[in-house]
Design a protein around this ligand. Structure first.
Ligand SMILES: Cc1cc2nc3c(=O)[nH]c(=O)nc-3n(C[C@H](O)[C@H](O)[C@H](O)COP(=O)(O)O)c2cc1C
Length: 184
């Protein structure tokens, strides 16, 4: 498939099951993402792969984070938090790890991380997997960020869920060029 076709066909898929990428495929996916455009090649990022039993461990941290901010959380809410990372066999957390630079502001560094995650989603799709980019309340949570090895100033830009698609694909939306593109 041409790159343009891959871009036009990309579609998030929320129901992702086993098998996920094996180690070689994971490394290929991440390597593709690491070729993202990155002003100054600062490499302002940190990626963490969460697979297997570690997903439940992260779910336990989500639950703790929930209880710290919402001690009144119901059993159903606790279970939802605990199960969140189990929604795919592989979750890749992408964090911005900002670098002080006179010409590259933080926003550009966040953009580089987003490009890398998007690249990983396209790479995973090219290997036949489905993906879904998620954030939600836990992406902003200090306990979760620290658990993923963050240093001061790091922030989660996204969790990329990766696995084998289950069920029908969502219909692709119509692309309305005119609504988004002007000519100067
Ligand atoms: C930064 C970012 C954060 C997102 N967070 C969520 C999220 O927490 N939950 C969700 O359902 N979709 C989230 N999305 C959107 C989905 O990944 C997806 O793009 C959306 O459902 C539209 O589907 P499509 O990508 O197939 O067009 C996020 C996307 C981005 C770029």
């Amino acid at each position: 498939m041409s790159i343009l076709n891959a871009l036009l066909q990309r579609n998030s898929h929320s129901k992702l099951v086993d098998p996920g990428p094996d180690r070689h495929q994971l490394e290929q996916i991440v390597a593709g993402g690491l070729r993202a455009p990155d002003h100054g090649r600062l490499r302002p990022w940190h990626f963490v792969a969460i697979e297997g039993d570690r997903r439940a461990a992260l779910g336990g941290i989500f639950e703790q984070a929930l209880l710290l901010t919402h001690p009144e959380a119901t059993e159903a809410e606790r279970q939802k938090a605990q199960a969140a990372p189990l929604r795919a066999p592989l979750v890749i957390a992408g964090l911005v790890r900002p670098v002080e630079h006179p010409k590259v502001p933080r926003v550009e560094q966040v953009a580089a991380v987003a490009c890398a995650l998007y690249g990983m989603s396209l790479g995973a799709e090219s290997l036949g997997f489905g993906t879904m980019w998620r954030t939600g309340r836990y992406a902003q949570d200090a306990l979760v960020v620290a658990e993923l090895g963050a240093r001061p100033g790091d922030e989660i830009v996204g969790f990329l869920y990766v696995g084998t698609r289950q069920g029908e694909a969502k219909p692709l939306p119509e692309i309305q060029i005119g609504a988004h593109l002007d000519f100067y």
